[in-house]
Design a protein. Structure first.
Length: 160
């Protein structure tokens, strides 16, 4: 599994880049998993049925509708536990800080890039990519118009 980290500043295009990349890879018949790392994600709203079950002490919450099944564990899993549960060609992770094969940094402007730690970054995307083609030595790809370039860059060994 290739692990792609998409990180960056707030409202810079991280989710847009992730969604465009997922759609492109799926169209090429790859299996794709998505992981969102965030300080707080609420799937079990306080007064919802699943929220009430969580408050009662359920160790796991499974919610299913006609199209999807959601699993929620009442503990934080480490990264290896998460990977063990996945069967995918690619994992697209928002805000992964380690254990990735390729890292895309999304920014709104050059100031955000100047202030960021870009040590492990392979390319730049996001709002910044609407106006610029390069940032220092890093390639810049616009996820709206150059998603195939991003996909080929992250999958160098197997051009898409």
């Amino acid at each position: 599994m290739k692990i792609i980290s998409i990180c960056g500043t707030k409202k810079s295009g991280k989710t847009t880049t992730a969604v465009k990349l997922i759609k492109f890879l799926k169209a090429q018949n790859y299996t794709v998993a998505y992981l969102k790392l965030s300080p707080s994600i609420t799937l079990d709203r306080k007064n919802s049925d699943t929220g009430r079950a969580k408050q009662a002490g359920a160790d796991s919450i499974i919610a299913q509708d006609s199209e999807s099944t959601f699993f929620s564990l009442n503990k934080k899993s480490d990264f290896d536990e998460i990977l063990a549960k996945l069967n995918a060609d690619f994992l697209i992770g928002e805000n992964l800080t380690e254990n990735f094969d390729y890292k895309i940094f999304c920014a709104n402007n050059e100031k955000e890039l100047d202030e960021a730690d870009l040590q492990d970054v392979d390319s730049v995307s996001g709002v910044y990519a609407n106006c610029f083609l390069k940032y220092k030595s890093l390639p810049v790809y616009n996820a709206n118009t150059e998603i195939e370039k991003i996909a080929n860059f992250i999958n160098k060994d197997n051009q898409i």
